[in-house]
Write a new protein. Sequence first.
Length: 202
Amino acid sequence: MTVGDRSGNATIRYGRRAIVHGLLACGKTPIPGVVLGVAISTVHGTPPAPPAPPPRTSGDGTFNYALPAGPSRSLTFTYTASAAEPTPTAQTSLKINVIPKITLRITPRRTTNDHTIDWRGRIEGGPYPPHGMPLLAQVKDGNRWQTFDELVVHHGKIAYSYTFLRTNTPTTYTFRVALPTGGAVGYPYTSAASRSIKVFVR
């Protein structure tokens, strides 16, 4: 049995559903008209989205499965040739990584040294860890993003302030916020970043 492109992973954006394509065959011979088993697992504490009906293979052994919008999840498809078999005859798994939506605005966009800018925004896609979750405040240095601070987000709300203290010549900075590489513990979404915002300081 195969699903997707054999990589074992797929990535979609927040709010979208995933359509999984697969094939059930014995060697090169397709197995038609079979209802497959589907098991869905999520990060601990994350309620699963309402499941779609299990897929049935078509005449050429292919099948499709529509996974509702939701957090990152792992899917396992199983085929059991006989009810007498204690374990599935074949099974395969696929992980769906979901990129969350992060919105950010910074005011003011023009300022001077010794003044403060305010960062406000939101990261969508609960549930959120009850203890809060980290987001990285980053500035672009050449072609690389450098982390200069870490803020803790509660209930998805971004609120942060930064005061310029060492800008002695007119400078345009490019800022963003981002989830740590690999995501945040207890937050069932993959790594992501907000749009970049330029701030001019003189």
